[in-house]
Each structure stands twice: as structure tokens, then as C-alpha cells.
Write a new protein. Structure first.
Length: 374
């Protein structure tokens, strides 16, 4: 199922749309067309309100894109790999492959977004004044004034001092630089971010019960997102720290159950999934790894066809591009699993399959290190 649509590349950075973006585009357009613009400009036609709402929503997301692009460009200048930028229901996110290497890089990268939003707000103000003086056409002036307001709101909101917001990243960098302890800095700012999320949730429900259902619901949803991202951010950093220096060879499973690509799916289910009870298996042909097959892959095929289709027809061969080496770091495995949404990755040594590492292997070593306090 397609969840993201890649649109274009800007400065070789892929720009993607999550399918949830269409929901928020329609919601913002409707909200502006039915409430915001009619209240400010009551003399216009309903169709004009709809056009104003749509153009304003598109300019909002163009502003969010520029905000995230500024993060991405500064990150890339500091040698932080960027996988792309995704626009989704809560705005946008620049997808980084790793955390900033030092506090200075973090401050520069985090500050770039709010600075961009502030500049955009000022530019929309200048353009709006120009139209007011030279071509006082109300719909255009209304759209531009909305863009002034929304970019200023984006800048102020993102400067709040809690993760995952830009202000939280700036504060984390300051604490990190002062204490030299990124773990402590992340814990502090993630707690602030979590508290901010709880406040938004409570304030949102207060608005709902006060009669502002749409506005309150939106605040509550943003609060849930902020709290979740704050909590996850700290857990990811903690996990990364606990896995530092651990090689794949130390945690991988070596005694593998291997599937031949020529067997049929009914045999795969009976002889492997029901017998050994793993969720996926490496698949070989003439002793060479050619992919991995999972329960999900089997469920895509109608049950009555299981005795007619071989494993080779449904296996995931793209996993070959993700294979790890025994000398790779466990953090590399965790990063790949999170990014790709997979649970197991084969381990190759000079092209030979020597093991497989799973999320369970990684979580087990993290749990042991926490229990042993090492």
C-alpha cells in the first residue's frame, strides 16, 4: 500500500507527500473558507472564499516546505545525511539519518527553520502592503495577510523550548554545550516537550467543551503528536547510547532456519511458519541468499493458490540492499529497521549468509544493559 508520494527533488533532496497531507489540506481549506475568511471579509462570494482557502492552504504548506528545507540544507552543510522531506498531517519533517555531531551544528540546524518562517512572514507583509497600495484586490490581500499571520505563528510555536520543536533542539544544544552530556540535555528538553504536549491536550479538550470543537480537537491532536515525539526522541537516543560499540556479530542469531526458493507456499506455512514460528525466513537459491519471506508476503496470496505458487514469486529481494556485516554496529541495524519498518535483517560475511539480526535481539541487549546498569 502506497503511503508516500514522491513529488520532486530540490537540491537533490526528495520531497514526499504522506497520504495524510490530503486530509489536512482539505480540512484547512474548509476551515478558512467557511469560518476565517467570511468573518474577516463578509462581502465576498462563497466560491471566492473557497479559492482563498485553497490558495492559503497551499501557501501554508509551501511555507512549511521552505521551513523544513532550510533545516535540511543546514544539516547537509554540517555533513548530516538527509533522506528527504515529508509533508504530512501535522506539517512537515526533514528526515535525518543521524543526530547532529555537536551542539553548534544542532543550534545552526534548529534555528534555520524559525528564521526562515520569520523571513517569509516579513516578505508576505511587504507583498501585502504592495498590493494594498497598488492593487487593492481583497482576496489577494486576505491570502497574503493570512500568510503573514501563519508564518509568524509557525515561528513562535516552533521556538517553544521542548522537543521535538526547534526551540527544544536549541535548548538541548545549549544544555549539551554547557554540560557535555547529550543524554541529560535530551532528557530535560523531552520532558519539557512532553509537558507541553499534555498542556495542549488539556487546553484542546477545554476548547472542545467550551464549544470550539474543531479548534480544540486540532490542539489536542497536535498535543498528542508533540508528546509522543518528545517521549520517542529520548527513548531513541537512550537506545542508541546503550548500543554504542556493540557489533552485529555479538547479538545476531547464527543457527538459521533457511527456506529454499522452490518450495510452495503451503509447504512454507506447514513446515516453517507453523513449525518454527518465526515471522520471516531468509530464502536461498543454490546456497546464495536471494531475499526474505514473511507472513505478510504469504497473506497477500489467496489461500487456495498456496499450493500453486513458489516462494520465489513472493519473496522480498530488496532486503539484499540492506544486508549487514558482522562488523557493523548494532545502531546501524536499529536505524535500518526503524527506517524501513522491518523486523529482521540478514548478515553477510564476504557474500555468505552467516546470521540474522532482529528487533528482538536488539531489544534484548538493551534490556540487559538497563537491568545490569552498564
Amino acid at each position: 500500500m502506497i503511503k508516500k508520494i514522491e513529488l520532486i527533488k530540490i537540491f537533490d533532496i526528495p520531497i514526499k507527500l504522506d497520504l495524510s497531507w490530503f486530509i489536512i489540506l482539505a480540512f484547512i481549506t474548509w476551515t478558512l473558507a467557511s469560518g476565517y475568511f467570511p468573518a474577516k471579509y463578509p462581502e465576498l462570494d462563497k466560491f471566492i472564499y473557497l479559492i482563498m482557502g485553497l490558495f492559503s492552504a497551499l501557501l501554508l504548506f509551501a511555507s512549511v516546505l521552505l521551513h523544513e528545507l532550510s533545516h535540511a540544507l543546514v544539516a547537509r552543510r554540517n555533513n548530516i545525511p538527509i533522506r528527504g522531506i515529508t509533508l504530512f498531517i501535522f506539517g512537515g519533517v526533514a528526515e535525518m539519518d543521524q543526530e547532529p555531531p555537536n551542539a553548534r551544528s544542532e543550534i545552526l540546524m534548529a534555528a534555520a527553520g524559525p528564521l526562515c518562517s520569520g523571513i517569509l512572514s516579513f516578505l508576505f507583509l511587504l507583498i501585502g502592503n504592495l498590493f494594498t497600495n497598488l492593487l487593492p484586490f481583497t482576496p489577494i490581500i486576505g491570502i497574503l495577510q493570512y500568510c503573514v499571520f501563519i508564518n509568524m505563528a509557525l515561528m513562535i510555536f516552533n521556538l517553544l523550548p521542548g522537543l521535538p520543536l526547534d526551540g527544544g533542539r536549541i535548548l538541548r544544544a545549549i544544555i549539551w554545550n554547557y554540560t557535555g552530556d547529550i543524554k541529560k540535555a535530551t532528557y530535560t528538553t523531552s520532558r519539557i516537550g512532553s509537558a507541553l504536549g499534555v498542556f495542549l491536550i488539556i487546553f484542546g479538550f477545554f476548547n472542545i467543551f467550551s464549544g470550539n470543537f474543531i479548534g480544540g480537537l486540532w490542539l489536542a491532536l497536535i498535543g498528542i503528536f508533540v508528546k509522543g515525539a518528545a517521549d520517542t526522541g529520548y527513548q531513541q537516543l537512550l537506545s542508541g547510547k546503550l548500543l554504542e560499540g556493540i557489533k552485529i556479530s555479538k547479538i545476531m542469531t547464527r543457527n538459521l532456519v533457511i527456506v529454499n526458493d522452490s518450495i510452495t507456499l503451503d509447504r512454507l506455512v506447514d513446515d516453517y511458519f507453523l513449525k518454527h514460528r518465526y515471522n520471516s525466513y531468509p530464502v536461498v537459491r543454490n546456497g546464495m541468499l536471494i531475499g526474505i519471506v514473511s507472513i505478510h508476503d504469504v497473506n497477500e496470496i489467496p489461500r487456495e493458490d498456496w499450493n500453486k505458487i513458489n516462494v520465489s514469486k513472493i519473496l522480498d529481494s530488496q532486503i539484499i540492499n540492506l544486508c549487514l556485516s558482522p562488523d557493523d554496529e548494532a545502531t546501524n541495524a536499529m536505524s535500518k529497521m526503524v527506517k524501513k519498518g522491518i523486523g529482521r535483517i540478514p548478515v553477510l560475511d564476504n557474500g555468505k549468509l552467516v546470521g540474522i539480526v532482529s528487533r528482538r535481539d536488539i531489544m534484548q541487549i538493551i534490556k540487559h544493559k538497563i537491568d545490569l546498569r552498564v
